[in-house]
Write a protein that binds this ligand. Structure first.
Ligand SMILES: Nc1nc2c(ncn2[C@@H]2O[C@H](COP(=O)(O)OP(=O)(O)OP(=O)(O)O)[C@@H](O)[C@H]2O)c(=O)[nH]1
Ligand SMILES: [Mg+2]
Length: 1097
């Protein structure tokens, strides 16, 4: 039975000071959903007995079957502490890497987080990730050390060993937060002017770790999780118990006659009790004494487990139950399974929900406590500085902090994702019992119909009475029509109710949102300053209908607002500021996330940081071609329902789904099949991304013979096919090419970038994007936030240093950078090495007042950039993007007078040169006719020059690699390694976990070989090892895809075709085949020689 009504929860929503919005974060399987179950059981939504077994928040069928959470979902809980009512909006999130985007959507809506760590597995990769995510969003974490029962029953540790182990785990977690803090300090101190450091203040009072406070206000001792600070809970979710130090401090204070405060500070740490003096002393370890934590906490726990679960000592159990003053039902006490008995005892003795919820309300901030730094971060999307926002927008900061629900406060809502629910599950469509009148009406209707049917039957037998018959038929027809109309109506209603609908997962930061309220949906590119310029800020939501939906602002009406209760939704009249809730009726305006407000002055919220990139793609098609429209519709819905998936139609017409990993992909396909498209679909083999690159010429060939350098370029490719009359290739790899109208020739050279530079470019894609925007004049340098400017400068410094370290050849490169590509942010560079063309480098634009159009050539500057962007987007090997390539433009011969006049009419040009220009224009007009506009020719020439210069270098394919962490015991290691090496993987590290028989193995594996890997490992190791795969980096495939044996030794060694084991060629050909590109293949060779070998021959 639910102990709290929705009315009560609705009332609690109005008191933000007593609201906590929190999410549960952890590595996969560390017990998040089990903990959520315990908390939910405390509100009577599920029974205590089922807590931990039901996994209530895993409402999807596949979540239950697989035993992992895939979607984050929210529930509102009521908690009373010190006679105060609290509302805890709890979000359970998935821990599997594939679903880390769901974590981002959860974290954005919360103010605090419970970080769960399995004490046996310790800090795992996703633990790092979630700590980082919480840090980036400025939300405050507390720690739960879960599964302590495993230390007792599985690892069979003594209390002393367990204490040591727990200390180590805590250190590991603190090391991660320490590293985050250090990087933050570095970033911030770099952006602060010198000499600010001495403003450091000592925090007073409660030492709570507060990430969000500025560095000056917090000293780093409060940064860490520590039981004595009350931000750590020790727990076993499965057995339903958990405690913080203060629980035991209060308990022993009276027994030992020591102040609870002192115990709170000493129960954890190197303290012991001097039994004679009854005083607490420091230095337990040195003096080989039992620390207080072991003596008063762990030993008690251990003895309960031993008595109840391990030895089943009834006398002892009775004693324990009596001394703890518990009431255990006979049913539990007599249960065959000791564990049930144990759970009943522990659950009463140290209830987990109470421990966790008390910590949550004490240590985590309420929506009121949102600090300035976080608000500014939320309001400044796309690297803008807060100061560059219009004053009206800046004013909104106060509203964020006031968290007021009054009618004057602007409504500000953030929607972090859209999730689908069955329409039948909506409260308004749920079946309700019929009222008495309705039952009466239905009866009456049935009676009438029955009478009509009887009348019809008698008419049929009385054929002669024609008059009567006709009149009866009329009434019969009417009845039939009425019935069919009704059926139709019902059918429509059923159809309407049967579909899926989308609910927005949202948080309201200010104001109050009501059913039927009109609201603006602000797209990510909405710019409040532009809206103000256009006078749109005057438009209120009342006069909104007069406004057209523009590209970035739409307006709509909110259908319903809901309280999120896990699997269920409760309809509400209104939701005041500070709550997490659901909205319906926005599916036509919101794709995945959005900002909603009743004022256009509100800026769009900063985009969420997604940790996992969508990388695995498959093409899907309906099994029956006629189902195509359903597929298209289904794909659209799928795209909306998942924050990470991408759906697109490729140029080839294929419908493609891009997912974060295999498990994610499977879930998307299941959803598409069963919920969104409801058709049979066939799925292609996964499409694996590759990158194309070049390498410095190798010095030895395939059979380790030194290569003759002269021969380099000729060896690489059959160059004849690259050459045409307009192209010249120098022996040193320089490519000279002419535009179609022969008015311009350019010289291009491709050089492999040093590996560290490529890496740096890849990591800094976001920074480069902004830098490039500024360089292209798409963004004002004045509007950059100081943090972004700082990042750019930092990147510039590191890049410069990396180039310096890469050798003399790269000494002047920094000043020559023209552009980055593809998409203006990729890991390839275009350099300006043209002796007589001076253009500012990308960095120069950061300074104000740089001349953007200095020389005549600048007009075609953009065409060069576009050509370079196109070339790097799809390389010549198999149309995949390039990486790690530097294109140096070394010459640019252009007949300026002939081409610059192209689009200018004489009217625009100065009087003096009129004749000349007119001539040129007419000359060019002919050129335009034959070859197209000059800028177009320029683009395609630069593109081709890039490609050819790339092709004359030794080309290589880069494969995407997964990193995988596997925990396994020694007996399955061998089998696991066999699977990894079969799939071309490499072991990086193998480490034994301290104090256990578990090995931690780190390996890398090409994504192309990873399908079914997790499943195979699980099978081969009988389920003992299960890997977590996440994208790590791009790696060059060693073999040359174009290699053919040329020396005698090579022919001898590899045979004429050398097709035995060229992995790169296999990858390249499979991509080419898929894209419908030409694949060089000899299928049957020497056909005439084929013969059947007879026995005698
Ligand atoms: N021994 C022991 N097992 C636990 C404990 N808590 C959870 N488990 C088990 O750990 C497994 C995973 O629990 P979940 O709660 O589903 O884990 P989760 O963190 O929600 O996992 P994902 O949502 O998939 O990331 C289940 O089999 C639980 O029964 C615990 O305290 N002790
Ligand atoms: Mg879960």
């Amino acid at each position: 039975m639910r102990t709290t009504t929705s009315q009560k929860l609705a009332a609690l929503q109005h008191n933000p000071a007593n609201i906590r919005n929190i999410c549960i974060l952890a590595h996969v399987d560390h017990g998040k959903t089990t903990i959520a179950d315990c908390l939910i059981a405390s509100n009577g939504i599920i029974s205590q007995r089922l807590a931990g077994k039901l996994r209530y928040m895993d409402s999807r069928e596949d979540e239950q079957i697989r035993g992992i959470t895939m979607k984050s979902s929210a529930i509102s809980l009521h908690f009373i502490k010190d006679q105060k009512d609290y509302l805890v909006n709890l979000i359970d999130s998935p821990g599997h890497v594939d679903f880390s985007s769901e974590v981002s959507t959860a974290v954005r809506l919360c103010d605090g987080a419970l970080i769960i760590v399995d004490v046996v597995e310790g800090v795992c990769p996703q633990t790092h990730v979630v700590l980082r995510q919480a840090w980036l969003e400025n939300i405050k974490p507390v720690l739960v050390l879960n599964k302590i029962d495993r230390l007792i029953t599985e690892l069979k540790y003594s209390p002393m060993e367990a204490h040591l182990h727990l200390q180590q785990i805590l250190e590991q977690v603190n090391a991660v937060t320490g590293a985050l803090f250090a990087s933050d300090v570095m970033e911030k101190s770099a952006s602060k002017s010198n000499g600010n450091d001495d403003t450091t203040q000592q925090t007073t009072g409660e030492q709570v770790y507060d990430w969000s406070a500025g560095l000056e206000e917090t000293d780093d001792s409060s940064l860490y999780f520590s039981p004595d600070q009350g931000n750590v809970i020790f727990a076993s979710a499965i057995d339903g118990w958990g405690f913080s130090i203060s629980h035991f401090a209060d308990m022993y204070a009276s027994k030992l006659n020591i102040k609870a405060d002192i115990l709170r500070k000493t129960l954890w740490g190197d303290f012991y009790l001097n039994t004679k003096t009854k005083r607490i002393m420091k230095g337990a370890q040195n003096k080989a004494k039992k620390p207080l934590f072991v003596q008063f906490v762990l030993e008690n726990l251990w003895s309960v487990y031993e008595a109840v679960q391990i030895r089943r000592d009834t006398d002892k159990i009775e004693k324990i139950v009596k001394s703890l003053n518990l009431k255990i039902s006979n049913r539990d006490a007599r249960h065959n399974d000791g564990r049930i008995h144990l759970q009943a005892i522990c659950n009463q003795w140290l209830p987990l929900s109470k421990a966790i919820l008390s910590m949550v309300v004490d240590k985590l901030p309420s929506p009121f406590d949102i600090n300035e730094e976080r608000v500014e971060k939320l309001m400044c999307s796309g690297g803008r500085s807060f100061d560059s926002l219009p004053p009206q927008t800046q004013e909104l900061k106060k509203d964020f902090q006031a968290c007021s629900a009054s009618s004057e406060a602007p409504t500000i809502i953030y929607i972090s994702k859209m999730f689908q629910v069955d329409k039948k599950a909506l409260p308004q469509n749920r079946q309700r019992p019929l009222t008495h009148e309705e039952i009466q009406q239905k009866r009456e209707l049935a009676r009438q119909k029955h009478a009509e049917r009887l009348a019809n039957a008698s008419m049929d037998t009385n054929n002669e009475k024609s008059e009567e018959k006709s009149s009866a038929t009329v009434s019969g027809d009417q009845a039939a029509a009425a019935v069919s109309g009704e059926v139709q109506e019902i059918a429509e209603k059923v159809k309407d109710e049967n579909g899926e609908t989308f609910i927005a997962f949202a948080r309201i930061f200010s104001g109050c949102v009501k059913k039927g309220q009109k609201i603006f949906i602000l797209g990510p590119k909405h710019d409040p300053s532009k809206a103000i310029l256009q006078g749109e800020e005057a438009i209120s939501t009342e006069t909104l209908d007069k406004m057209e939906n523009t590209k970035h602002i739409a307006h709509t009406t909110i259908d319903e607002v809901y309280l999120l209760m896990g699997r269920e939704l409760e309809s509400m009249e209104e939701i005041p500021a500070g709550n997490v809730f659901g909205i319906s009726g926005l599916e036509d305006h919101v794709l995945k996330s959005a900002t909603a407000s009743n004022t256009v002055v509100c800026p769009p919220f900063t985009e969420m940081a997604f940790e996992a990139a969508a990388i695995v793609r498959v093409a899907v098609e309906p099994t029956h071609a006629a189902d195509m429209p359903s597929l298209v519709k289904g794909m659209k819905l799928l795209n909306q329902a998942d924050s990470c998936v991408e759906t697109l139609v490729q140029e080839t017409g294929e419908h493609v789904i891009v997912a974060a990993g295999e498990v994610h992909l499977q879930r998307c396909l299941d959803d598409l099949r069963d919920r969104f498209a409801k058709i049979e679909i066939s799925v292609s083999a996964p499409i694996i991304p590759f990158r194309e690159t070049i390498i410095p010429p190798p010095t030895i060939d395939m059979v380790n013979e030194v290569i003759d350098c002269e021969n380099q370029i000729q060896r690489n490719r059959n160059l004849d096919e690259l050459l045409d009359e307009d192209t010249e290739i120098m022996p040193d790899g320089l490519v000279k090419m002419q535009t179609a109208n022969r008015q311009c020739s350019i010289c291009m050279r491709a050089i492999p970038l040093p590996e560290p530079v490529t890496e740096l470019l890849e990591i800094n894609a976001e920074v480069i994007k902004v830098l490039d925007k500024v360089a292209r004049g798409k963004m004002d340098e004045g509007r950059l936030s100081s943090a972004m400017l700082e990042k750019i400068m930092e990147f510039r410094k590191t890049l410069e240093r990396t180039f310096q370290e890469a050798g003399k050849k790269w000494k002047n490169t920094m000043g020559e950078i023209w552009s980055f590509g593809p998409r203006h942010c990729g890991p390839n560079i275009l350099l300006n090495r043209i002796a007589d063309y001076k253009r500012p480098s990308v960095w120069d634009f950061l300074e104000e007042g740089v001349e953007r159009t200095a020389s005549a050539l600048r007009e075609f500057d953009n065409s060069v950039i576009s050509g370079f962007q196109l070339a790097t987007l799809s390389g010549p090997m198999c149309d995949e993007p390039m990486m790690g390539v530097c294109f140096a433009m070394e010459g640019w011969d252009i007949n300026v007078s002939k081409v610059t006049a192209k689009d200018k009419t004489p009217r625009e040009t100065p009087q003096a040169g009129q004749n000349e220009i007119t001539n040129a224009t007419s000359g060019n007009a002919e050129g335009v006719e034959r070859f197209g506009p000059f800028s177009g020719q320029m683009i395609s020439t630069v593109k081709d020059a890039c490609k050819v210069s790339f092709q004359v270098q030794p080309q290589r394919l880069c494969a995407a690699m997964y990193k995988c962490d596997i925990q396994a015991t020694a007996d399955v290691l061998g089998r696991m390694y066999a699977v990894i090496s079969k799939r071309n993987g490499r072991i990086l590290q193998e480490e034994m976990k301290e104090g256990t028989a578990v090995f931690m193995v780190k390996a890398v594996l090409p994504i192309a070989e990873s399908f079914g890997f997790a499943e195979e490992i699980r099978k081969r190791t009988s389920g003992q090892a299960s890997p977590q795969l996440f994208f790590s980096h791009w790696e060059i495939v060693a073999s040359d895809p174009f290699w053919v044996p040329s020396t005698e030794e090579e022919l001898l060694h590899f045979g004429e075709k050398a097709d035995s084991d060229n992995q790169a060629r296999k990858y390249m050909d499979s991509v080419r085949r898929r894209k419908g590109l030409h694949v060089e293949e000899k299928i049957v060779e020497h056909a005439e020689k084929q013969r059947t070998l007879g026995k005698n021959k």
